[in-house]
Structure formats: C-alpha cells, structure tokens
Design a protein around this ligand. Structure first.
Ligand SMILES: [Mn+2]
Ligand SMILES: [Zn+2]
Length: 417
C-alpha cells in the first residue's frame, strides 16, 4: 500500500509583514532595509517577509551580497517575477512587474500586511491585522467620505459601466489560504488571468484594478494608514509658446485634507506616509540631517504645502535611515548599508548643485521655466488677494499629472516600489 503523503504545509505563524523588492536599483534596497528596521522597532513580535524577485529579461535580481544583508532584517523569499507589460500604460513600462505583488498570497502566514517600499511607517501597523481581509485604502471616483475604516466597500465604489475604483496597493491586508496547495492554486489561477490581460485592460495602476476584479469583499483602510505625500497646490504647465499655467489644488479626497491643518496635527494623526508619486523621493534629501532637510523643504514648499506634510514625511524617513545606521542589530551588514547611503548622498548632493534656480527666489525650479512652482503659486494667490484674475484657476478634474522632479530631467526613473 502506498502511503498518501500530505505535502500541504499550513501556516508558519499567525502574522507577517510582507514587502517586495526587485531589480538591481540600490535605492530600493535601502528602502527595504529601513522599512524592515522600522517594523522591527515598532512591532518586533510580528514576522517580516521580503519577497525578492529573481532576475528576468533585462531586469537583473538584486545583488546576492545585498540580499544577504537584508536577510538580517527580513526573512527573504526569492520569487519569480510576474511580467505583464501589456497592462502597463506607462511609456517606460515602469509597472510591468507590479503583478508580482500577488505572490504575497503565497506567503504561509494566516494574516498578512503588504507594504510598498516607498513608505515611512510611523506607528505599529499591528492594529491593521484586525481589519478583515482583503482590505486597502479606496482609490477612485466614488465618494470616499462614505467609507469607514475596517468596513466593507460597496460594489458601486468599484464599478460603474467601466471600472471607476480600486484600492491603493501600497498597503494591503490579505489572509492567504490555509495550506500551501490552496495558496499555490489561488495564485496560479490569478496569474492565468494576468496572462489573459490585453491592451484594453491597460492602466497606470494595473494591479490595483486587477485585484479588485479578482477578489471580492474589500474593506477600507483609513487614509491615516496610507497618506500619500503631496503638496496642496501645484502648477499644471501649459503646452506651446503662449502657454498658460494653471494653479491647481491637489485632487485628493476630503479625508486627506482632514488629516490635519498643521504639522503637529499631521504628526499626531498620520500612521504611515506613502511617497507614491514620482515627483518626490525622500532620498533626494539624504545628504541632509532630518532637521536641515525639514527647514529646506518648508522653505521650498511654504505656499504649496502650508501644513508641512512633505517636510514631516521626509524628515521622518531620514530619521528612519539614522535609526538603521545606529542599530547594533546588524553590525556585519552596516558596511553594505553605509556604502549605499554614501553613494546616494553623493548623487543627491551633485543633483542639487546642478539644479536650475528660480529667477525670483533662487529655489529649485523645473528646467525651461523662469520661475519655480512656489513663486507661481504665490503670485496666483497674491493676484487673487489684489482682485486680479491671476493665473487661470480651476479645481483639478483629472488625476494629478505625474510631475517631474524638482531636479528637472536628471531624475532617475525608478520602477514602482
Ligand atoms: Mn508605492
Ligand atoms: Zn521661486
């Protein structure tokens, strides 16, 4: 008689934080180290799993020596990348590998919280394990004012003829199935659906729309846990020679505005910041101390970000890097982290030296423009106060355009993290 061998593995433990690193960009390696260290400080009892993408065509895996250093902070699991360029609308196909996030459903833990690498966690995310899965912060055209933390989102939030909504995949709550064969089957099935995607499914957020179609019963996670770092005002540059610039208010849901009107209130209310756009990466300030960086940012964004969200978020991210450097948990790994930090410091310094400056205030500005965005927004506000019509103003009706960096075209274009 042949014994039936049960190869099914159950759960390793109750809870885990999960993140994904892929590609050889060392910036994200540092992001991963810093995120893992923050999670360890805030909630040491919960396991930390880092999925590391194996190499794919034109997309090498992170260097072995680096991955080894990360395994001092995370349980490292190498995974095959999921490649889906057809669903990715971005010109440079920055999001072609984002579907690899689905592999977090293969992780053998009963409850998981998936986090992007481009976040700074400010308080223990442990309370989020109590939110029923699947869960994520609602993103879309439905009125998010009706959503409540931990409460199911209604079907009409997602569908209206076409798809009108999804969840922000920078922070997700999942319950992977109870045994390994069920987990594999679930992911395998989803990957078959991914393969079947076509040009008509393309978007800038392909995995977000895909997930809400594939999984039912989404619960909302409050914006305080996934606060996208944005200025309140920005300039939409017109095209052509006689272009008009528009001063636009960031198109964010009311709950984002209500997070607080001052730095103190934001400090108290925000549990996690998410540097989700391409217009700002916190490492651009890595050559500065947190306090100095905050001063610089407050000056550059005085008008556009009165409550100081950007300064607070970047300052906190820089403190996270300091904590990593000071930690005695990773003595053997420190040299590797330090090398990356030094490299980025050098790069950031050089960029700021080369950036073009505003004619009026000497702050950094977009290449090809006379004035910086700050001065443009300021002059618009002055005009309004003096009774002039000012720059054409309208509330932004479309999603906020991805801005290039204050460093102009020198920005390194990272893959989605
Ligand atoms: Mn992100
Ligand atoms: Zn200026």
């Amino acid at each position: 008689m042949v014994m039936e061998v049960d190869e099914d593995e159950g759960y390793k433990a109750e809870r885990a934080y999960v993140a994904l690193l892929h590609g050889e960009n060392k910036t994200f390696l540092l992001y991963a180290a810093s995120l893992g260290n923050r999670l360890r400080q805030l909630d040491a009892d919960t396991r930390r799993v880092l999925l590391v993408g194996k190499s794919a065509e034109d997309h090498p895996a992170p260097q072995g020596e680096h991955v080894k250093s990360l395994s001092a902070i995370w349980e490292v699991e190498e995974v095959d990348l999921v490649d889906c360029p057809v669903a990715d609308k971005s010109r440079r196909k920055r999001h072609r590998y984002v579907f690899t996030k689905l592999r977090c459903l293969e992780v053998p833990y009963r409850r998981i919280i998936f986090l992007d690498l481009d976040v700074i966690v400010r308080s223990s995310p442990a309370p989020l394990f109590e939110v029923p899965a699947p869960a994520g912060m609602y993103h879309g055209r439905w009125d998010r004012g009706q959503a409540q933390h931990g409460v199911p989102l209604p079907p009409e939030a997602f569908y209206d003829d076409g798809c009108i909504g999804c969840v922000n995949a920078g922070l997700l709550r999942f319950d992977p199935p109870a045994n390994s064969s069920a987990r594999r089957a679930l992911v395998k099935n989803m990957l078959e659906q991914v393969k079947a995607l076509s040009k008509s499914d393309e978007s800038y957020l392909p995995e977000q729309y895909f997930m809400v179609k594939e999984l039912n019963g989404w619960h909302h996670i409050a914006v305080a846990w996934n606060c996208e770092v944005n200025p309140e005002w920005f300039i939409q540059y017109g095209r052509g020679k006689r272009r008009a610039h528009s001063v636009l208010k960031a198109e964010m849901h009311d709950d984002w505005w209500k997070l607080g009107g001052t730095e103190e209130e934001l400090r108290k209310n925000v549990h996690m910041f998410h540097f989700s756009g391409q217009w700002l990466q916190p490492w651009w300030y890595i050559h500065l101390d947190p306090e100095d960086a905050m001063k610089v940012i407050k000056k550059h964004y005085a008008c556009r970000d009165k409550r100081g969200m950007i300064a607070l978020a970047v300052g906190d991210w820089l403190r996270g890097i300091q904590e990593l450097q000071k930690s005695d948990e990773y003595s053997a790994e420190q040299a590797v982290f330090q090398e990356i930090i030094d490299e980025l410091k050098h790069k950031a310094r050089r960029w700021w030296e080369e950036v073009s400056l505003c004619k009026l205030c000497k702050n950094p500005k977009e290449e090809g423009e006379d004035l910086c965005e700050e001065c443009e927004v300021q002059s618009h506000k002055d005009d309004k106060e003096n009774g002039h019509a000012g720059l054409p103003f309208k509330k932004c009706q479309v999603s906020q355009k991805k801005r290039s960096s204050p460093l102009g075209k020198k920005e390194e274009k990272p893959e989605e993290v």
